[in-house]
Design a protein around this ligand. Structure first.
Ligand code: ATP
Length: 441
């Protein structure tokens, strides 16, 4: 697949811009602050309904405007193997902070923005990726969730449900905590059971989807790390769930002993075993959502006194983490700057391989079968967006990354000067200057 055209109105610095694009490699070149990243950010937004730079939409709307409009023409080429014919989708998203975003496909009636998820797949490399390794767990959770939604767009609805239920349950626990402390409010705990059930139901689907993604991408991450780093130390990804800790803490269950039934079955190491092997994880069954739902309910039941005392939700996917280890040591805090960069690149390259080729072996579980029904490559090779990454890398990593991404169907690169783009990625060039884009012939 490729993006054939991007058109922006009141998005970031652009009152209006039209950018025709082609398959293959395009470099967007211009001095700092001219609007290059704004263009790739907009393309990424169509794929994920989020920005890689800001957590909320407000900054995406041009200062002084009330809404932004992003339009793309996306082409999915004919595929002889599947018999699919070429398909063009015109996707238009209206971003209105404080209101639900709306989207239209092929000029149809406006609908929910999340209904366009799945029409475009992108993998975006950016300087911000270093935070995947060095930063807080929320960035890594977002990374997993975005990838899971690219694989299975319907998960976007589950994630939205989970967020909503989490907010409600947290508010209830907070007022219960205040009532217990005798400050104010009342402790109406009858409704807490209802929210426990809703949280467990949505939370189990989120956990199972993440476990399946981690299991599927583990071998790809290990290989990609070797390719970009000259192979010093094995890169391993595992999922650490607060659920394991909650169940272990309350009944003294052994971390390894609970693997066969808990989410650890897909590679969550538990707090004490950060070196669990991801390739092993990919062949280990992912638990069913029903099992994880029952475990979440059990954990919430056991943690209730503590949750009421502290006024927060202590268990669930909102507190889980993607654990990254290098040679058996946590990457965060131990890896060098260069190793951290290599790990971040490996996570993005592994996402690209996963979306293009699928897992080495489909993680086995009846519970997640429907997660894998998309035919990976059949759903369209993702567009690669490389935002200012080459300037951040040493020569060896630049060249390795360039060699790996060069064959992709469409690669869009931003760079301050043309010399920052490695020669393997020579292609079309578009100059970006003061909000104007011009194709260099
Ligand atoms: N909501 C907004 N309204 C108006 N201008 C904005 C908005 N958000 C960002 N900008 C402006 O957009 C410009 C930054 O654009 P962008 O990040 O795309 O630059 P860039 O060309 O990628 O630069 P660099 O090479 O430094 O990364 C800045 O001048 C910034 O002030």
């Amino acid at each position: 697949m490729y993006v054939a055209h991007l058109s922006l109105t009141d998005f970031r610095s652009y009152p209006h811009v039209e950018l025709p694009l082609e398959p293959g490699i395009t470099a967007l070149v211009g001095p700092n602050g001219q609007g290059k990243t704004n263009l790739v950010e907009a393309i990424g937004y169509v794929a994920t309904l989020g920005s890689h730079r800001v957590p909320s939409d407000a900054a995406l709307v041009r200062a002084g405007a009330s809404r932004a409009v992003v339009r793309t023409r996306i082409v999915r080429e004919a595929d002889a193997a599947t018999g699919a014919s070429e398909r063009t989708s015109l996707v238009e998203i209206e971003v209105t902070p404080g209101k639900a975003n709306r989207a239209r496909v092929n000029g149809g009636a406006p609908g929910r923005a999340r209904d366009v998820l799945g029409l475009l797949r992108t993998v975006l490399f950016a300087p911000e990726d270093l935070a995947l390794v060095k930063g807080d767990p929320d960035g890594r959770r977002r990374f997993l969730d975005e990838l899971a939604v690219l694989v299975t767009p319907r998960l976007a609805g589950v994630l939205a449900d989970y967020d909503r239920v989490l907010r409600q349950r947290s508010a209830l626990l907070k007022s219960a905590a205040q009532a217990v402390r005798g400050s104010r409010g009342s402790a109406d705990l009858r409704t807490l059971d209802v929210w426990d059930a809703k949280l467990a139901q949505a939370g189990a689907q989120v956990i199972v989807a993440r476990l399946a993604i981690v299991a599927a991408m583990g071998p790809h991450v290990a290989r990609a790390y070797e390719q970009v780093s000259s192979g010093q130390g094995a890169a391993v990804v595992t999922y650490r769930s607060t659920l394991d800790a909650a169940l272990e803490e309350s009944d003294g269950r052994d971390a390894r002993g609970s693997r066969s039934t808990g989410p650890q079955a897909a590679g969550s190491p538990g707090a004490g075993s950060p070196g669990a092997d991801a390739s092993m994880a990919s062949s280990t069954p992912v638990p069913t959502p029903e099992l994880v739902e029952a475990q979440l309910l059990e954990a919430m039941g056991r943690l209730r006194p503590k949750e009421i005392e502290r006024g927060v939700c202590l268990v669930g996917p909102h507190r889980d983490d993607l654990v990254l280890t290098l040679g058996g040591l946590p990457a965060k805090g131990y890896a060098s700057h260069g190793e951290s960069w290599s790990f971040a690149l490996a996570l993005r390259l592994a996402s690209y391989t996963l979306l293009t080729q699928g897992p080495d072996e489909t993680p086995s579980s009846t519970g997640v079968d429907n997660l894998w029904t998309t035919g990976w490559g059949d759903d369209g090779e993702p567009v690669l967006l490389l935002d200012d990454v080459f300037a951040e890398l040493d020569t060896k990593r630049r060249n390795r990354l360039a060699d790996l991404v060069a064959p992709a169907r469409q690669v869009i690169i931003t760079a301050a000067v043309a010399g920052d783009v490695p020669e393997q990625l020579a292609g079309a060039r578009v100059d970006v200057m003061a909000g104007e884009v011009s194709r260099v012939l």
